[in-house]
Unconditional design. Sequence first.
Length: 511
Amino acid sequence: MKAKTISILTAIIMVISMVTILPVMTVSAETYGDYEYTVIEDGTVEITKYNGSATTLDIPSEIDGKAVTQIGKYSFASNNTVKNISFPDSLENILEYAFETCPLKQIDFGNGLEYISVYAFSGCKLIESLTFPESLEVIGWSAFEDCYGLKSVTFGNKLKNIGWYAFAKCTGLTTVTFPDSVTVIGDGAFASCSNLSSIYVSENLISINEWAFSSCHKLKDIYYTGTKAQWNSISVGRSNQPISNAAVHYNYDPNHVHNFIGEITTPATCTNDGIMTYTCTCEESYTETIPKTGHNYQVTVVPATYDHAGYTQHACSNCGDCYKDNDKEMLVVPTVTDFKVVATSAQAVKLTCKKVAGATGYVFYREVSGKWTRVGVTKTNSYYEGKLKSGTTYRYAVKAYRTENGKNYYSAKFPSLWTSTNPAKVNFTLKSGSQKVAIKWTKVRGASGYIVYMKTSANGKWLKIKTTNDTSLIKSELIKGKTYWFTVKAYRTGGGKTYNGAFTAKSIKVN
Ligand SMILES: [Zn+2]
Ligand SMILES: [Zn+2]
């Protein structure tokens, strides 16, 4: 039951009259419970004040048998308790400043509301959602300005006029769908709705008034039911740069049901996320991230050998990325130690060294004319070389080696030593004189000197007679008729060592 219908024009006139002229229609103030009211000209009730402290409030549809059709100017403006309010279907008008800055959270507008006047709900910052009835035709100036908490708004299909700054600074709004009935979006109606990103408008729209979407910097999509030509014929007032910057999706069909088909537009790799793009036939699309796969490393252990170092290789089977770790040094045959001479003779030397772990054998070298020449290969750690010259200095070196897969690997470094063969056995002659014996001998190669010995019985003890560089000696003061044994031994010194030649005894009976 509507006692009154209001056209846009009359509504605007009414707003102006109420702003500029103090109440003129008041007949008499009555009370009904917590309400104060008046009966207005058409015989219906306007609630003029609420004195209660309810948090949830159902506005009655009738008072004293008369329909409640108006909520009066400032009627709840001083109330700070009502959070949830329901209006009866009989309510047609909510007048200016009626709920300004009230802590309202939920509003049921009923099904008969036609007109919301200026500043009616401005500053109601706790409201999160508004659903206006189909009957609503006018939303007045600044009616919901500064409703910061407002996140969603649903308009009815009779709404024609959205007043100046009606939803300005509703920073919680992200999308707004305007019904087909809206032809004008008022000056500054959504100004500074800084999170508004999309709007849906019909081809019936004639004018976006100046400042309507000023400072809506996030506005990027406009879904428009009309054609591009129709869109271009809309009057757009100044300071609506966000409208010019947004993408307009023409021929938008509000009944269209998206059917998104995904396509990999950027494949994910081991290290970078990919992109799956979902596109509808309407060309709307969105993307999803395909998480990067991460490397799939295959591990190969390459052991160290005598040819190359060892390591563990990690190679990604997806992208080929590769790295190495767990380095192992190349295997080497150790350097020989304790290389020394064991024995020498006039024609031979015997060499030895400490056993090298893992060695297959040893290679012995002799310096010949300033060059190392391989002279022997042994499986054991000793080497005998014969057929040498007596009383001669030789230089030897040794390397260990190891045979792996038919290939020999040698110590990188090698020790060397100097040695000598012994002097040769001395050839000497004995000749007896009176109570004396003359000993003569020939020089022996490499001898540093000679030692002459004597003994008086075959099994007696050798007595050193003399050490000399000469090649002869006369032993006197011997006893006539007695037999004596003599020998001459060559010796050679070098490198702090003495090399002694072999010797044989000869006997003679003294005259
Ligand atoms: Zn679609
Ligand atoms: Zn990879």
